[in-house]
Ligand binder design. Structure first.
Ligand code: M6R
Length: 616
């Protein structure tokens, strides 16, 4: 979480940084700030709340003739961990002498100890409640005797433990940014007569398409003409240039009121792209760059799929389809639990990490724990070159393009698509599905983007339902089999953007406790898309209907028997049972979106959340 941008060059640094921060706001939006090296000192502006508050402050100053211009600066958008969102806790933080300013993403785990030491030994007075301020104070102390900013930064990093990326400027060594990465994303952007640093590619897309991906433990020293990278022992590092293929439009709203809606509508194209990237000319699945031979697959005794948030229900669908097609046992776990429960992992384990950002710390830590025990790691990731991708043996990219809204939509459905492609490939290679079944299911998968595009042509009924139901303070989602996985995702989507207390449960499990909560009028979203489980699901719907629940059902076109038991039915296009999750989640995404809109919520930037969760 937290976004970092830095600029050194010939433009007004403030403008470049503000622009970059706006594109990183999805990483956190509790406060924002900018530090510039100006007239031999470091000047800082910071403001609680969204970036527009900082922008307003700067505009007001400029109207009053107060200049805030420079060619070197750093900026930050915050997702609070230590210390409440406030002006004082907003980054950048300066040292006591006011000659050093830092912006930081991550957590300095030994900050209490460092704070005590700095207070005792150097009589440092801390201004904020943040862990980050110790970085500025430490560098400020080391700067007293250092020959360069990078010397002081290096010395400070020797004292710090934790996971972080931070960037520093100093009036004692101006025209330079020094940044360090340890378990939090950091990139350096290559310009002409100007250079950049950022925590994520969208911040720099407008200015450069060539970047260096900074690795763990590395320090980067950026001036207008040079970018020098050093490893943890300060040896110079030669890094290949990474060419970004997205264009700036991909990270813009393009007329949609919210990124989330744009991204919902991009799903047919994103799924099509994810499939197309994995098909050869004859229409067979090819996993270029992924070396899962028949021998490798035959050697796998167990698969763990590990993920957080929306990627977890994508893993549940993965379990269903891999076990069905490849006949390998699969366990699905949330990353924050997996890493601390001493899981049974060995050389015959395939560990599949699913992550849109590829920077989720829990997922990354779980991946490392599995790797340390000898597992082979395959990741399903959207952000090319991200930490999860780089630390995996094989990467299955989801070609969703940049996902900006905090609520995941197209990243989720492309993760599902990868699960289907992987399971089909495994099943065919191992001979656990017939050629006929392989081709039939693959053909049906290829029809999904078209079916989804058709569905999205007219979704007014979902909008109309949201207008009636948005005042509910509690919603249940139920389903059986694959529908249960979709229920979890639908419930997560609704709660995270509309703040309605929603709860998902396997429909058959209701009667073991949760049915006690059913009262006249309780809203229950029922997924009834599985032909094989249709009758069973109808019985569950009858059970809640008998308690007076308001039943909103999602069913496949043609399955009209459910109408008698439902207050309303949303029909998705007909398709094979195995593939319904790709379609049935979409009305749930739209329902969450429309409800959140009716409730006046900040849809793209829901409270307390951030797009990329790089803390434990
Ligand atoms: O980048 P990741 O896929 O690893 O992120 C995992 C979760 O933080 C993410 O899915 C989150 O739950 C979304 N807000 C869900 O919409």
């Amino acid at each position: 979480m937290c976004g970092i941008v830095g600029y050194v060059g010939k433009r007004n640094a403030k403008d470049v940084i503000l622009d970059g921060l706006k594109r990183l706001e999805y990483r956190g939006y509790d406060s924002a700030g900018i530090a510039l090296v100006r007239n031999g000192s470091v000047e800082i502006r910071q403001k609680v709340g969204e970036i527009r508050n900082l922008e307003e402050l700067l505009d007001n100053e400029s109207r009053r003739g107060i200049s805030f211009e420079s060619y070197t600066g750093i900026g930050h958008t915050r997702w609070a961990t230590h210390g409440a969102p406030s002006d004082i806790n907003a980054h950048p933080h300066a040292d006591q002498s006011g000659t050093v300013a830092i912006v930081h993403n991550g957590i300095i785990e030994n900050f209490v100890e460092l704070k005590e030491r700095l207070t005792r030994q150097y009589h440092v007075h801390f201004r904020s409640e943040t862990d980050s301020e110790v970085i500025a104070q430490l560098i400020g102390i080391y700067m007293r005797d250092a020959e360069s900013l990078e010397d002081a930064v290096y010395a400070a990093t020797q004292d710090m433990t934790g996971a972080y990326a931070f960037a520093v400027i100093s009036s004692k060594d101006p025209n330079k940014i020094v940044a360090v990465r340890k378990d939090a994303p950091l990139i350096a952007g290559i310009g002409k007569g100007e250079n950049f640093i950022a925590s994520d590619i969208p911040a720099l897309l407008k200015y450069c398409k060539e970047i260096y991906l900074i690795e763990n433990g590395e320090m980067v020293v950026v001036t207008a003409d040079r970018i020098d990278i050093f490893d943890e022992n300060r040896n110079p590092v030669r890094r290949e240039v990474f060419h970004v293929t997205w264009d700036v439009d991909a990270a813009e709203k393009e007329g949609y009121p919210h990124f989330m809606l744009k991204e919902i509508y991009e799903q047919p194209k994103a799924i099509e792209e994810t499939i197309a990237r994995r098909l050869d000319e004859a229409g067979n699945i090819r996993l270029d760059g992924i070396s899962l031979t028949k021998e490798d697959l035959a050697n796998i005794s167990r698969i763990y799929i590990v993920a957080c948030g929306a990627a977890y229900p994508a893993g549940l669908v993965g379990k269903f389809i891999i076990e069905k097609l490849a006949k390998i046992p699969v366990e699905v776990d949330v990353a924050s639990e997996f890493r601390y429960r001493d899981p049974l992992v060995d050389e015959r384990t395939l560990f599949i990490a699913i992550s849109q950002s590829g920077e989720t710390l829990d997922t990354l830590a779980a991946l490392r724990a599995a790797k340390a025990k000898g597992a082979r790691v395959l990741s399903v990731v959207n952000v090319v070159g991200s930490s999860v991708a780089r630390e995996s043996d094989d990467v299955f990219y989801t070609w969703a393009g940049p996902e900006i809204a905090v609520a995941s939509t197209k990243a989720y459905t492309t993760q599902l698509t990868c699960m289907y492609l992987l399971a089909l490939h495994m099943g065919r290679t191992l001979g656990t599905i017939s050629e006929t079944d392989y081709h039939a299911l693959l053909a049906a998968l290829r029809e999904i983007p078209g079916k989804l595009a058709d569905y999205l042509r007219d979704v007014r009924e979902v909008e109309a339902l949201a207008k009636i139901l948005y005042t509910r303070d509690q919603v249940f989602f139920i389903g059986r089999g694959l529908d249960a996985a979709v229920a979890y995702e639908g419930s997560l989507k609704l709660k995270e953007i509309s703040y309605i207390n929603s709860f998902a449960i396997a429909a058959g499990e209701l009667k073991h406790g949760t049915i006690a909560l059913m009262e006249p009028g309780t809203l229950v979203l029922c997924l009834a898309t599985q032909d094989a489980l249709y009758e069973k699901m109808l019985s569950n719907i009858q059970e809640i209907k008998a308690r007076g629940a308001h039943v909103l059902t999602v069913a496949k076109a043609g399955n009209r028997a459910v109408e008698a038991q439902s207050n309303e039915v949303i029909y998705i296009p007909d398709c094979r049972d195995e593939l319904t999750p790709l379609l049935s989640v979409v009305p749930l995404q739209l329902f969450a979106y429309d409800v959140a809109k009716e409730r006046g919520c900040n849809i793209d930037k829901p409270k307390n959340l951030a797009k990329s969760v790089t803390v434990e």
